[in-house]
Design a protein around this ligand. Sequence first.
Ligand SMILES: C[S@@+](CC[C@H](N)C(=O)[O-])C[C@H]1O[C@@H](n2cnc3c(N)ncnc32)[C@H](O)[C@@H]1O
Length: 215
Amino acid sequence: MLGEMGMGFIKTYLAGQSRRPKGVIGKLMGKLMNKVNAQMNETTIQLLGIDDDDYVLEIGFGNGKYIAEIIERVKGTHVLGLDFSDEMVKTATKINKNSIKEGRVQIEQGEVEKIPFSNGMFDKIFTVNTIYFWSDPILGLQEIKRVLKPGGRLAITFRSKDIMSQRTSDEYDFSLFTPEAEEVQTLLKDTGFTNISNQHFSDKSIGYYCVVAEN
Ligand SMILES: C[S@@+](CC[C@H](N)C(=O)[O-])C[C@H]1O[C@@H](n2cnc3c(N)ncnc32)[C@H](O)[C@@H]1O
């Protein structure tokens, strides 16, 4: 059997793959995340309320499945994606290749703490299951505010602290940010966002929050 050390290694490895998917296993992780996180992503897209012709930014898009879905579902939208994983950038570029050719999708590699887009470019921004991995949540929110149009909407979706803190481990080579919804609401308020609301949901008895705010 694996023993405590073996299990610890697997847990650490999977946490690293979830944070920044790499190689063949990272590609499989992308597919697995599509299944496991389907409801969280659907809820987020509904609450974001994407209108025809909106410019949308997804931060931490995994394999880019939801970028493709928005393009298919909402007329005239442009969807830009930002993710720091080589593998996810490669996969999302492949999945969205036709929309990239048509100029409706743009995939960029980079971090939420340094968003490579101009001020006030987006009507809507969303990010699902990424906040735990941000190295500087305040800087991340400041950057999101900068690229969001005045009156634009942001949705941040993440699992509840009780679920995520079970996964926190000293063995990781990164620290996990596992906030309560109220903490994210306070950070948004301090960054200057308005009309901040939070809803709690449950997917197969695993709780998650979607916090929505406006610029
Ligand atoms: C757990 S996956 C979530 C994927 C997808 N949003 C979902 O809900 O299934 C986290 C994704 O965010 C990306 N990511 C994590 N931290 C990031 C950061 N600070 N800046 C940009 N991308 C980040 C990872 O590379 C990965 O693709």
